[in-house]
Design a protein around this ligand. Sequence first.
Ligand code: GLC
Length: 482
Amino acid sequence: MKEQRVIEAARSLFYDQALVKFQGRYVGTVAAIPRHAGQDLNYNEIFIRDNVPTMIYLLLDGQGEIVRHFLDACLELQSQKFPTVGIFPTSFVDIHGEIKVDYGQRAIGRVCSIDASLWWPILAYIYVQWTGDKEWVTNSQVQLGIQKFLDLFLHPGFRDAPTLYVPDGSFMIDRPLDVWGSPLEIQALLYGALKSSAALIAIDLEHKDYFDQGTALFEPFIQQQFYQLNLSINWAKNLRNYLLKHYWINSNIVQTLRRRPTEQYGDRIVNEYNIQTETIPNWLQEWLGQEGGYLIGNIRTGRPDFRFFSLGNCLGAIFDVTSNAQQSSFFKLIIKNQNELLSEMPLRICHPPIEDIDWKSQTGYDRKNLPWSYHNGGHWPCLFWFLVLAVLRQKEKTDEMEQLLNGYYELLLQRLPKQQWAEYFDGPTGLWIGQQARSNQTWTIVGFLLVHHFLKVNPEDSKIMNLPSLKYLQQLNTINLF
Ligand code: GLC
């Protein structure tokens, strides 16, 4: 049967060619299976973000040990030097015993991948939940790693907002695209990372019975654990409220936003970021319709970004930033705009692309981020499994959505092997292979295997990325710092 042959071929590319060793043991996958020696830029390296689908698939396939090796390798490479202490690498590689690590100092544009650091605690939590390996979390190296990570993220700043302020291109979109400030994907990951870190600390404290003893008796390390546990939970709660207040929109909300006063000052105002009506684009009317809703791309003083970013929105649903009702409106939005977002290749990474003078000034004439290409409106098959997961973990799934996903599975089955598992696709429908796309891109291959697993093998496994609920975490909370 053709389907079975494609699955076997994808698995063999994944296990036989993409999975590599680091310091002598299997640890993760390269970004793309090498073509010609020396011509792969950094695509022969192990990227943390590209390994997210890899790690989820390995867990589903009973290979938890490789996932633990990956987490340990990243932990060993967590930066120990000022001013980057606590940062996890964008990518790393072992070439004949020589270890190269990129914290952003080797990347084009020299930007650090902040998402990589945020993914580590999330993957660590998923690993522990899925395998039940609680002993690993109680290891002092792991707890120390979490502590350094939180030291880096939970620090005082110059803004009274729980969002993380970052430079342009600091996540999957790792080139200029006017995504500086507080881009959605980073905020959704921050929310997931805070909840995961809190839960990982709590497992350790519980295991050592520290919850039952008076904190005053404890050594500084444990006091810091309690402090960070509470701070992360409060921060996560604040962050969620903030995202729902400032990022979530639907037709009614837009109508309210359009009629807000500007130039207000003080505590009790409705337009905190002094946003002018003219910044609200007209395409929103048709795009949202009566029932659609989504989290916008960014909130910045006077300059909100209403572009739709697929991954940030899927993560917002998967990590439960958005409520069940909001997730349903998000799926309605996808159905309504399927000709744009899914079209000939799911999913479009962001909509709409920036064009003309905006492309010139905001990307600095970036050659890869041309309109309708790459990050700027291109279509990335590696994103589709996130949508599948978001839909399947919903209690009220609609037949329409499930049919849509199954139809797209068939499309991927036909197109991806023929087009050599390309990295991304270009043009308003995503029909053309990306102008500079790699072939045999690992997250395209494993993303497809995940779609197959969730839709055809075991939809129940879609709970794999469930993070601890705020409600559960708040029961552990003892101090209120905000
Ligand atoms: C590109 C993508 C980035 C990815 C890397 C390796 O730089 O923009 O998100 O991690 O390729 O696949």
